[in-house]
Design a protein around this ligand. Structure first.
Ligand SMILES: [Fe+2]
Ligand SMILES: [Fe+2]
Length: 400
C-alpha cells in the first residue's frame, strides 16, 4: 500500500511540474522519470497495478486508500473522465511521458469546458497504459435499445458515474471473475447520500432513460429501493447499507447468461429458461469466491427468486425461510422489473404492480414486507403530491 501511495504522490508531482513548464523543457522529462521510478518500485510488489478514482475516493486494486481521502488529484482525474488507470507489466520512459501528456491534455480540456468522449480518448492514446472512464470496456457492449419506465414522477439524479461503475463492475466480473467490492461500496455510499439529499422523495425511483442497459439500471434501482425499504422498516444504518449492496449485486449471476437470452424478445425455450434460472446459483458463487465477507449478498443472490410458499427457483431440498434481506429484495426486484419496459412486454403502471404484489402476499411475498413496501410507496406519493401543491402555491403567489 505504501508503494502505491508513494507512486500516486509522484504522479501528482509530475503532473503539477509538467503543467508549469513548456513542452520540451528538461524539467518535464525529469519529473516524468522520477514518477516512473516510483511506478517501477510499486511494480516490484504488484506487476500490473490498477487504480480507480471515483469523486474524491481512490481505490488501489481492491482496497480504498483512506490516507489519500483529501488528495485533490482524485477528483481532478475522475472529473476529467479518467476514473481508471491500469498499468501493463513494462512501461518505457517514452510511453510513460506520453501517458502523462495525455492526462494533462484531458485536464486542460475539461478546465476549458470540453470533456473528450471515450472514442476521442481511445484514439488519442499512444501508450499501452489503459486509462479512461471506468466503463470503458463495458460501454462498448451497450445496446441500442432504450429502457423505459412507466411514466412516474421520478427523482432526477445525475447517476452517470454510478451507472458507469456498475457497468464496469459487471464487465470485470464477466472478464476476470472478480467482484470490485470497494467500487460497489462507493456506489452504495453515493446512492445513499443522493437519497438523503432529496428531502421530498422517500424512495427515489430512478428512470435512467439515458442508460440503455437494463442490467445496470435495474441493479441501481433495486439497491435504492432496498435501502429505502430497509430504512422505512427501521433497520440500522449498517444493515441498510448491507441491504443496498445485496440489492446492487442480486443479479450478478446474469453475467454468465448469454446476452441473446437476457434480451430475447419472445418467450424462452425450456433450455434457455434453465440457463436463466441458473443465475441465482452462479451469482451466489461469484460473490462468495470474490469475498467471503459478503455472505448476506450471496444469500440474497441465491434466494431472491424463491417465494415464501417455496415456489420459484432454485428449489431447495429442505424447506426453510429465506433471509429477511432476500424477501425484501424479492419485492423490490419484482416491482422494478415490472415497471420497466422489456423486449417482451411493456412497462406496467405502478398501481398494477401494487395490485400484483397485494394479490401475492402470503404466497410469493412476505406479507409484512410487501405491506411495508406499499405503505412506503403511498407515503412517497403523498410527499410528491404535497411538494407539487407547494410548488403550485409558490407559482400562483409569484404570478399574483
Ligand atoms: Fe434475478
Ligand atoms: Fe432482478
Amino acid at each position: 500500500m505504501s508503494e502505491a501511495i508513494r507512486f500516486l504522490t509522484s504522479l501528482a508531482q509530475a503532473l503539477a511540474k509538467m503543467s508549469l513548464y513548456a513542452d520540451g523543457h528538461p524539467t518535464r522529462a525529469k519529473a516524468a522519470d522520477a514518477s516512473l521510478a516510483q511506478l517501477r518500485e510499486l511494480q516490484r510488489v504488484d506487476a500490473t497495478p490498477r487504480f480507480s478514482f471515483l469523486g474524491p475516493a481512490v481505490v488501489y486494486g481492491d482496497r480504498a486508500i483512506r490516507e489519500l481521502s483529501d488528495w485533490d488529484w482524485a477528483a481532478k482525474l475522475s472529473g476529467s473522465g479518467i476514473q481508471r488507470i491500469e498499468f501493463p507489466e513494462s512501461v518505457d520512459p517514452e510511453e510513460y511521458r506520453g501517458f502523462l501528456e495525455e492526462i494533462l491534455t484531458n485536464i486542460a480540456l475539461v478546465a476549458g469546458g470540453k470533456l473528450r468522449s471515450e472514442p476521442e480518448l481511445a484514439q488519442s492514446r499512444l501508450t499501452p497504459i489503459r486509462f479512461g472512464a471506468i466503463g470503458v470496456r463495458a460501454s462498448q457492449a451497450r445496446s441500442a435499445t432504450t429502457e423505459e419506465h412507466a411514466p412516474e414522477p421520478a427523482l432526477q439524479l445525475d447517476l452517470t458515474e454510478e451507472a458507469d461503475v456498475v457497468m464496469w463492475m459487471h464487465d470485470e466480473v464477466a472478464a476476470r471473475g472478480r467482484l470490485p467490492l470497494v467500487e460497489a461500496e462507493i456506489v452504495i455510499d453515493s446512492l445513499s447520500s443522493a437519497m438523503h439529499q432529496q428531502a421530498n422523495a422517500l424512495v427515489p425511483l430512478l428512470t435512467l432513460k439515458e442508460f440503455d442497459q437494463y442490467t445496470t439500471t435495474h441493479a441501481l434501482n433495486v439497491a435504492v429501493l432496498a435501502m429505502g425499504l430497509a430504512e422505512h422498516l427501521g433497520l440500522s444504518t449498517r444493515e441498510v447499507r448491507a441491504y443496498g449492496v445485496a440489492g446492487l449485486l442480486h443479479d450478478l449471476g446474469k453475467v454468465k447468461v448469454p446476452v441473446e437470452i437476457v434480451q430475447k424478445p419472445g418467450a424462452l425455450t425450456p433450455e434457455e429458461r434453465a440457463i436463466m434460472c441458473q443465475h441465482p446459483v452462479d451469482g451466489a458463487r461469484l460473490i462468495l469466491e470474490s469475498d467471503n465477507r459478503l455472505d448476506l449478498s450471496a444469500a440474497v443472490a441465491f434466494e431472491h427468486h424463491i417465494m415464501i410458499d417455496g415456489g420459484g427457483y432454485p428449489t431447495r431440498r429442505s424447506r426453510r425461510d429465506c433471509h429477511h434481506a432476500s424477501m425484501l429484495v424479492h419485492v423490490c426486484d419484482v416491482f422494478d422489473a415490472l415497471r420497466t419496459h422489456r423486449p417482451y412486454r411493456v412497462a406496467w403502471e405502478t398501481n398494477a404492480v401494487v395490485d400484483y404484489i397485494t394479490q401475492r402476499m402470503n404466497t410469493e411475498f412476505h406479507p409484512d414486507i410487501a405491506r411495508a413496501f406499499i405503505t412506503m410507496l403511498r407515503e412517497r406519493e403523498l410527499r410528491d403530491a404535497r411538494a407539487d401543491a407547494i410548488d403550485g402555491l409558490a407559482i400562483a403567489h409569484a404570478v399574483a
